[in-house]
Ligand binder design. Structure first.
Ligand SMILES: [Zn+2]
Length: 147
């Protein structure tokens, strides 16, 4: 807690300040009997920089909701006084929603055996085979379908 960290808490005129060696590290404004933190918290700590655009913050609070969803909630007045603007780049969304590219359909006109071989490798298995093998490889001839 802030008091255990040696910080001083000062409250006056509906505003609360947390000071660490005379420097303001947190600031809050009283609203309906609660002090609302001004600024945003990050993994590194709490930043007191006043960011008026809370679009990204709401996006993250609401499990990376879409911009359309945010606008809808804002229109219904559910985000308080916070205005929603266009959502800027969110790295977590890009990586989280990235999907692997599909293999295109491989259409091969095979005219005789060994023209085209399908192969797959599986392993390592947690339990080795009786012979001590941990991998399984298959070869299927496209023309004859022999395995
Ligand atoms: Zn996101």
């Amino acid at each position: 807690m802030v008091d255990q960290a040696g910080c001083i808490i000062k409250a006056e005129n509906g505003e609360i300040q947390v000071l660490d060696q005379g420097k303001i590290v947190m600031k809050g404004v009283r609203k309906n009997g609660l002090y609302i933190l001004v600024g945003s918290s990050t993994e590194q700590g709490i930043s007191t920089s006043v960011t008026r655009d809370k679009t990204k913050l709401w996006h993250m609070r609401l499990a990376h909701i879409s911009e359309r969803g945010l606008k809808e909630l804002s229109n219904q007045g559910l985000l308080g006084d916070d205005k929603v603007t266009s959502l800027k780049f969110c790295e977590k969304c890009v990586f989280g929603k990235a999907t692997r590219l599909k293999f295109s359909l491989g259409r091969k006109e095979t005219k005789q055996t060994l023209d085209y071989i399908h192969s797959d490798l599986w392993g390592p298995s947690q339990v080795p085979s009786l012979g001590g093998a941990r991998y399984f490889v298959s070869f299927i001839d496209d023309f004859s379908r022999k395995v």
